[in-house]
Design a protein around this ligand. Structure first.
Ligand code: NAD
Length: 481
């Protein structure tokens, strides 16, 4: 539907049963540019009849795709990856327009999505089974088969890569997918789907719907056609969807919220830690589930680290993500700056001290200042709830055990970070911290070939890597006598 010869924002639509469906005759939702507050377009929302049509197509698509040779599935994914690269200028610009993050970030995200499709094009070929040795003339065979049609819900914070994650592994495995991305950033998801279609993905294999989230998830999850639910978003919504999935015993992959601790030891490379943690924090204005947030800093380095980090955060250039000088864009929607302002006010009312930032920026759009808070007691909300914004809280610690205890204090277990030049300490941290992903002297946690996942209330199941593909198969044992 998007015109890739033209650099404008596309007419918005849903892709159901091989057809791009427009807003005509449907309820709509206005898509807003978070840097300006201007309307970008009207998004059609699915009716119950639209969703039924998507379910019927997905059922047909699964029958077709599960018996399509893996080489053909790989060809489609490789072709889509190349189209994403060819179209990067328009895809990245539209993602920045609708989500707000900088153009550099949306370009990296487009490349990451292409890289994931390429990875799964190859990984799908390695679908091995086992033959179990039995008495002569008999045997048992263990195979993996695609799980079935998947209902996938992707949030707005990685508008290109999240849809890519929801589509890449299931399509590689031979599943069909009904994707419901976030209504706030629809053109990005449309571009990913368009790349798959243009690369030869059969229409029934990939459906793209938008709607009222609770209506769509209730409708799709009530259907026996859907065999797996994949969700990325808040823990509260994840728990709600798991309850709905239980009624028809669907499998689930849940990528939920976090509240990433960062342990900064006296022996770290201070300049490197300040640099990586400032860049990592302002990425997508902190609206990243693995964003570094709770900084625990050892006493010997505490004052120097906080001073250098605060200075660095105060100097971040905030502006429209389309402008080359912007290092941090707006927050994605008006809910986010309001939520961050509430959390900061609550922290201050509990005795927290603002080192820098702490306020919305007085201009059009949904901007919030990069913020560093200290002296915040554990009773404040921000020490317990994921802020999902450009805010850091700093606290001192004395011993390794004290730091690990703080890191593991919350029910979340998504990402954690540590900065230390002591190799033995790094090894011990890798085991002691309760998180699905740990970065030691790095804030980079995602790669096509390595699994991305949480533990505890941050979810279960993996995306990316061979583990993400394994989550799209079911196991079958065949005993032949
Ligand atoms: P939210 O909890 O309302 O929504 C989070 C996501 O879930 C959105 O994409 C939304 O469309 C979807 N959603 C909501 N209700 C749903 C339902 N009943 N069925 C299916 N999908 C549903 O919050 P929000 O204001 O959009 O985002 C704020 C919070 O969400 C953040 O504080 C953060 O914790 C979480 N979040 C997490 C991620 C992540 O990568 N894990 C991404 C985006 C948002």
């Amino acid at each position: 539907m998007a015109d890739y010869e033209n650099t404008g924002y596309p007419q918005l639509g849903m892709y159901i049963d091989g057809e791009w469906l427009t807003a005509a005759g449907r309820r709509t939702q206005t898509v807003i540019n978070p840097a300006t507050g201007d309307a970008l377009g009207d998004l059609p929302l699915a009716s119950a009849a639209d969703l039924d049509r998507a379910l019927e197509a997905a059922e047909r698509g699964f029958r077709l795709w599960r018996s399509t040779p893996v080489e053909e599935r790989a060809r489609v994914l490789r072709g889509a990856a190349q189209l994403l690269r060819d179209r990067i200028d328009i895809i990245a610009a539209n993602a920045t327009r609708e989500e707000g993050k900088t153009l550099l970030e949306t370009r990296i995200e487009t490349m990451a999505c292409a890289g994931l499709f390429d990875f799964y094009a190859e990984e799908a070929k390695r679908n091995y089974g086992r033959v179990l040795v039995r008495p002569a003339g008999t045997r048992s065979i263990v195979t993996r088969e695609p799980v079935g049609p998947v209902a996938a819900f992707a949030p707005w914070n990685f508008p290109i890569h999240n849809p890519g994650r929801k589509l890449g592994a299931p399509i590689a495995a031979g599943c069909s997918v009904i994707l419901k991305p976030a209504e706030e950033a629809p053109a990005s998801a449309m571009a990913v789907v368009q790349a798959l279609i243009d690369a030869g993905c059969p229409a029934d294999v990939c459906q793209l719907v938008f709607g009222v989230p609770d209506e769509v998830s209730r409708h799709l999850l009530a259907s026996q056609v859907i065999r797996k639910v994949s969700f990325t978003g808040s823990t509260a919504v994840g728990k709600h969807l798991m309850k709905l999935a239980a009624d028809t015993m669907k499998r689930t992959t849940m990528e939920l919220g976090g509240h990433a601790p960062v342990l900064i030891f006296d022996d770290c490379d201070l300049d490197k830690a300040v640099d990586l943690l400032a860049t990592g924090k302002v990425r997508n204005a902190g609206q990243v589930c693995v964003s570094p947030t709770r900084f625990y800093i050892q006493e010997g380095i505490h004052d120097r680290f906080v001073a250098a980090y605060t200075q660095r955060m105060a100097a971040v250039q905030v502006g429209d993500g389309l402008l080359p000088d912007s290092q941090m864009g707006p927050m994605a929607n008006p809910r986010r700056p309001a939520a961050i302002a509430d959390l900061v006010a609550d922290a201050v009312s509990h005795g927290g001290v603002i080192g820098t930032g702490g306020e919305r920026i007085d201009r059009d759009g949904f901007f919030f200042q990069p913020t560093v808070l200290s002296n915040v007691p554990l009773s404040a909300r921000i020490m317990n709830e994921e802020p999902f914004g450009p805010v850091v809280v700093t606290s001192p610690f004395r011993t390794f055990d004290e730091a690990v205890e703080q890191a593991n204090r919350l029910p979340f277990g998504l990402a954690a970070f540590a900065f230390t030049e002591n190799g033995r300490q790094a090894n011990l941290l890798g085991s002691a911290i309760e998180a699905g992903m740990i970065g030691i002297n790095t804030t980079s946690l995602a790669a096509a070939d390595s699994p991305f996942q949480g533990i505890k209330e941050s979810g279960h199941g993996s995306e990316d890597g061979p583990e993400g593909l394994a989550a799209c198969y079911v196991t079958k044992s065949i005993h032949q006598v």
